[in-house]
Design a protein around this ligand. Structure first.
Ligand code: CIR
Length: 259
């Protein structure tokens, strides 16, 4: 991590309506909102302790999934692309994110008929891998490609099966190293990378947030997290209530800069 320019972590508070969140692969179970807020605060404290300047967006109590800010934008060094989330209920989330993100980056916008969730975009170096799942369509990939190509990024579409987003199935642990669930994404799509597989008993453990030499991991996956410790300094945080809303660690922040 660049010590002179601390990364900014944009976060958004847990809304009152979280219990009405979108669910795709999970059954609805009760969510303890107070506990979700405590876990979210702990997540923010961890990001601060790892050198991030946490900037909290205005709460949107009426938008159930608004805590999951990652899906509303893709932040690159050069620009930020405001997405058009695949779930219609999530599209009103983007306005407040754009208002704040626009102070840090030139904004570009995906437009109808494009749909794309930020959780479907994995940046590895100058390549953006985009998950073709239920939330991101071909127009989303096409428009994203047109916006980022002038800045030197290649875009590759990756089939995703069995999980919500590409980053449910694969994330970066360290430069050249990824953690994947091979049931959900084909590791052969990433031939230049060393692959760490999730522990078979922890299928959702491939979502980690890399911040320099550290990775933020969900505490629920100790077996996988132990495998990552050889490659990064592992910090685990309890996000069990947010997980009931199909959220994970990357989705609760948008990281601006820092490398
Ligand atoms: C949704 O289905 O959109 C939310 N309940 C969860 C979004 C999680 N986002 C992410 O992992 N990037």
């Amino acid at each position: 991590m660049n010590n002179h320019v601390p990364p900014i972590a944009l976060t958004r508070p847990v809304p009152d309506a979280l219990t009405a969140c979108q669910l795709t692969h999970l059954a609805r179970v009760p969510i303890d909102i107070a506990r979700a807020r405590e876990q979210h605060a702990e997540y923010e404290r961890l990001l601060s302790s790892l050198g991030c300047h946490v900037v909290t967006l205005p709460v949107a109590h009426e938008l159930p999934d608004s805590v999951f800010v990652e899906d509303t934008a893709l932040v690159l060094d050069e620009i930020a692309v405001m997405t058009r989330p695949g779930a219609p209920s999530r599209r009103p989330e983007t306005g407040a994110v754009a208002s704040t993100l626009g102070t840090y980056r030139q904004l570009e916008f995906l437009r109808e008929p494009a749909t794309l969730d930020g959780g479907d975009v994995l940046r590895l170096g100058r390549t953006l891998y985009v998950g073709a799942g239920t939330r991101t369509n071909a127009a989303g990939v096409h428009q994203l490609t047109a916006l980022v190509s002038p800045h030197g990024y290649a875009v590759r579409t990756v089939p995703v099966d069995g999980c919500l987003h590409l980053k449910s199935a694969i994330t970066e642990v360290a430069p050249g190293v990824v953690v994947i669930n091979p049931e959900w994404v084909d590791g052969q799509m990433f031939p230049d990378h060393e692959i760490i597989e999730v522990a078979p008993s922890e299928p959702a453990a491939a979502n980690v947030l890399r911040l320099g030499d550290a990775v933020v991991c969900a505490a629920a996956y100790p077996r996988t997290n132990a495998r990552l410790a050889a490659m990064a300094v592992v910090h685990s945080v309890d996000v069990s209530e947010l997980s009931k809303a199909e959220g994970a660690v990357t989705c609760c922040s948008l990281i601006v800069g820092g490398e």
